[in-house]
Design a protein around this ligand. Structure first.
Ligand SMILES: *Cc1c(COP(=O)(O)O)cnc(C)c1O
Length: 372
């Protein structure tokens, strides 16, 4: 069978989740597993974290229902709330928690009669200017929601635009706004994404919302002592399926983008953009061949890519190629490094691995969920 697989290390996932908790000992951490757990498989990741994470977060009711149908009992937060009024019945039936970020969601909630009150995270726009109510409006709505029979466990929620950056001015600006609001409302808060969880204790609230760090990607512009301990969860692994010996000047692949600078050896690898490997990868993008550093040479094709292995000894047909993650010899190629060569971020590479690539889980996730 085709050798390309995405191996998912669920032990590393748990390790990274524990790191998120250790960074923020006074917060609870909701594990963000939207977008199929950033491409890692939401059901398997939820099962691996059940009993460790008190709640999960997803982007839609559809994503929450996938988890409920797999038997996941834990609270699940809808980070953007509902998209249609009719979803409120599902929120109620499946005991989901919901963000409320806009007027029609608020009106729909206040007109709804749930069987039990719904935990609500009221979203404030503190400067990201994407979702949420202005602080003065949030203050009014807070008063309404805190008296509403439909609502329980009301929290303030906000999101940072620059928590990953070394320059903390804008995060501090957002925090000033949020602290003023929290004080006047005596509101429990949920603010921190991965970079804020890792680097900004001032932003730690009753809840934090770490996402990408759980998968071992370091979101910080400048790594810190904790982010360096993150372990990769996904290893995208394939094999060499052919080897070419080239003379100086001979081109490789579509358009002949790369030419051998001298006598060269090029390995053809079973992985391409039809698997989600980024076609923007430039010549020089790192991979590991038999656990040794090597570089992409030539344009990525749909099912294959080519690697300069002139200086990698013992490269043969069948040699292990790691596109990101951990090689058999223990060498690690962080997905963040690969992303830089593709002019993107780890998030797009991880969520971009296509269904054609089989996921293989280690250790096997428990097949039946453990009840909380
Ligand atoms: C995706 C998301 C997160 C997680 O962000 P990371 O950068 O992956 O940690 C947190 N909060 C909200 C509202 C999100 O949409």
């Amino acid at each position: 069978m085709r050798p390309l697989v995405a191996e998912i290390d669920l032990g590393a996932l748990r390790h990274n989740y524990r790191l998120a908790c250790e960074c923020a000992p006074h917060s609870q951490s909701v594990a963000v597993i939207k977008a199929d757990a950033y491409g890692h498989g939401a059901i398997e990741c939820a099962r691996a974290l059940e009993g460790l994470a008190p709640a999960f977060a997803v982007a839609s009711t559809e994503e929450a229902l996938v988890l409920r149908h797999a038997g996941i009992q834990s609270p699940i937060v809808l980070l953007e709330g509902i998209f249609e009024v009719s979803e409120l019945a599902l929120v109620d039936e499946h005991r989901l928690w919901m963000a409320v970020h806009t007027d029609w969601q608020l009106d729909a909630l206040l007109a709804f009669k749930p069987r039990q009150p719904i935990p609500v995270w009221l979203k404030v726009d503190s400067g990201m200017h994407r979702l949420g109510f202005s602080p003065p409006r949030a203050e009014q709505i807070w008063q309404t929601l805190s008296q509403a029979p439909q609502v329980t466990a009301l929290h303030l929620m906000s999101h940072f635009a620059t928590a990953d950056a070394e320059d903390t001015d804008y995060l501090q600006y957002q925090m000033t706004m949020l602290q003023a609001l929290a004080e006047c409302l005596d509101a429990p808060m949920c603010l921190a994404n991965s970079p804020a969880t890792l680097a900004h204790p001032v932003a730690h609230g009753h809840w934090n919302r770490p996402g990408v760090m759980l998968y071992g990607s370091d979101p910080l512009e400048v790594a810190n002592a904790t982010s360096r301990q993150l372990a990769p969860v996904m290893t995208l692994r394939s094999e060499v399926i052919a080897i070419r010996e080239l003379e100086a000047g001979e081109p490789v692949g579509y358009g002949g983008r790369w030419r051998a600078p001298g006598r060269a050896k090029v390995a053809v690898v079973a992985a391409g953009y039809g698997d989600g490997y980024d076609r923007h990868a430039i010549d020089g993008t790192p991979v590991l061949v038999n656990g040794q550093p090597a570089r992409i040479a030539g344009k990525v094709s749909m099912d294959m890519l080519t690697v300069d292995v002139t200086h990698v000894p013992d490269t043969r047909i069948g040699s292990e190629v790691v596109l990101w993650g951990r090689a058999a010899n223990g060498a690690v190629l962080p997905v963040d490094h690969v992303a830089r060569y593709c002019d993107t971020i780890s998030y797009t590479l991880l969520t971009g691995v296509l269904p054609r690539v089989p996921r293989r889980y280690h250790p096997c996730p428990p097949s039946s969920p453990t009840a909380m």
